[in-house]
Design a protein around this ligand. Sequence first.
Ligand SMILES: [Zn+2]
Ligand SMILES: [Zn+2]
Length: 241
Amino acid sequence: MEDEPASFQLLADAPPPPRQPVELGMDLDLRARIRQALVCPYCRDEVERGAESVGCVRDGCGAIYHSECWEECSADHGSCAVFGCSSQRAAPLSSAGYLLRLLRLLAAALLLPPRLVAAVEERDGGEGLGQQIARLSSTAFPSLDPSDDGFLKLAAYLTTSCMLAFAGIPLLEGILPPGFPSAMVVLAIPPLVLLGTLILPGLVAGALISAFCLARALVLGLKGERAALERGGGGTVKALK
Ligand SMILES: [Zn+2]
Ligand SMILES: [Zn+2]
């Protein structure tokens, strides 16, 4: 580093950069957001592909540095420069690792709108998505509570009803003689509808629970990328020691 970065000072009181809602089709905005998330917190330049770089290893930090910058930064700060992060270790980023980081940033920006993240994070608090799903499944199955045990029972219930439905098809074919009068088929509809009514809430609840679990895995798995996107431009750095 030839000169001291101008913005290298305690900026803890500065307001965080405004969050930009990303919608599909806003290509320029998305590109700008990704590039901001790739800014080195030390020199405030984008870490470009092919440059020797390292990534802070703390789960949920998501900062990447030029290798040289990290050397100077850990000498100056004794740790990662991102405000609130005290990690003393960073791991080298290979070109494949850099590409993976790009893809993860893209996934975090495109798949995780703030509303979804808030819904997942509120799971244990107010009326989040989790509560809604729990409420839905306990409405569909009043005897099941949304505990782990309840989900086990739900899985057993789903498996049994699906097996019953599949077993019913050849059974019906075996029972019906060839040239079975079509009027009689009408009589078979009520039991089928009954069976469908039994299965449908289970399928809906199962699909919702799967979607929620997937969203939760994404929100937790892309924690560092979300943090880097939210900070933008390298974020607020700590004061020099
Ligand atoms: Zn740098
Ligand atoms: Zn860090």
